[in-house]
Design a protein around this ligand. Structure first.
Ligand code: NAP
Length: 254
């Protein structure tokens, strides 16, 4: 497949590294030097003129929400456009002139093929879903959803890796204070997150994980009591709510 990525920043460059395996890849960035550098590292084609990407099977837009409009206006005739921008709705993409669009909310775990890729389709592209999935399945788990859920998903799994890593960082720092080498602490924590995620994907609920590990009067229960006393649940709820409302704000501004 011929894929173009517009915006070779944090997310676009991760996509590029994955899509370069098995696809012909065109890269566009406002900073052409940046596109050229990443393209030469990956064997992709750096492109200056957006008109060149219109013939690609798939055009992925990975620029900040505020820049989506100017980009869409230049590539609106492409066979299939995928927008990753937080808060930019299908209706807005339509108002910028694009109809053959899919709105996705990915996350950075695409780097290791373990992203959550939530997506909503414009009715116009239902038949192109297969084309989309052929490319995006290589980034992780694709979950089709109603567009009305994408802001919540943005706050949960789009921002999620940063929330999880924030928690991980505190665990690592404390383990280091307790005398562990940083490298050992990082491995222990990372494997703990990985294993917990796998348990949950295998069918364990989060509640079951908690209740199975926390035996009465044990060490885990003592730690959980402290998390509750310090208001950790409340802080997490509020963090997700704040992230979600920030997404909606970004959508309003465009
Ligand atoms: N990062 C994540 O984990 C993540 C997760 C989910 C969704 N997203 C979404 O993905 C999008 C990209 O996020 P990001 O974090 O990767 O942003 P980023 O690091 O700022 O990357 C965006 C890139 O696009 C370039 N750009 C801006 N306007 C352009 C234009 N008109 N034509 C071509 N390139 C242009 C930027 O150049 P300049 O720096 O010169 O402006 C920059 O290199 C956002 O809409 C965000 O909501 C990101």
């Amino acid at each position: 497949m011929r894929i173009a990525i517009i915006g070779v920043g944090r997310l676009g460059s991760v996509f590029a590294r994955v899509f370069t395996r098995g696809h012909e890849l065109l890269l566009v960035d406002r900073d052409f030097e940046n596109a050229r550098e990443v393209a030469s590292e990956l064997g992709a084609l750096p492109v200056k003129d957006l008109a060149q990407v219109k013939t690609c099977d798939l055009v992925v837009i990975a620029v900040k929400p505020a820049h989506v409009e100017e980009v869409v206006k230049q590539v609106r005739d492409a066979p299939l456009i995928v927008s990753c921008a937080a808060g930019i709705t299908i209706r807005m993409l339509e108002s910028f002139g694009a109809q053959r669009v899919i709105r996705v909310m990915p996350n950075i775990c695409a780097e290791v093929g373990e992203a959550v890729i939530a997506y909503a389709l414009h009715p116009e592209v239902e038949k192109k879903e297969k084309v989309f999935l052929t490319a995006f399945s290589s980034l992780g788990l694709c979950i089709k959803t109603d567009e009305s859920h994408l802001d919540t998903i943005t706050a949960t799994s789009g921002s999620g890796p940063a929330f999880v890593a924030y928690f991980a960082q505190a665990m690592i720092d404390e383990a280091v204070k307790g005398g562990l080498a940083r490298e050992t602490a990082e491995k222990c924590v990372a494997q703990t997150f990985l294993g917990t995620g796998k348990l949950m994907l295998s069918g364990w609920s989060a509640e079951k994980v908690v209740s199975t590990v926390a035996s009465p009067d044990g060490t885990t229960e003592a730690g959980l009591r402290m998390l509750k006393e310090k208001g950790a649940d409340k802080a997490i709820h509020e963090a997700i709510r704040f992230a979600e409302s920030r997404t909606r704000e970004m959508g309003k501004k465009g």
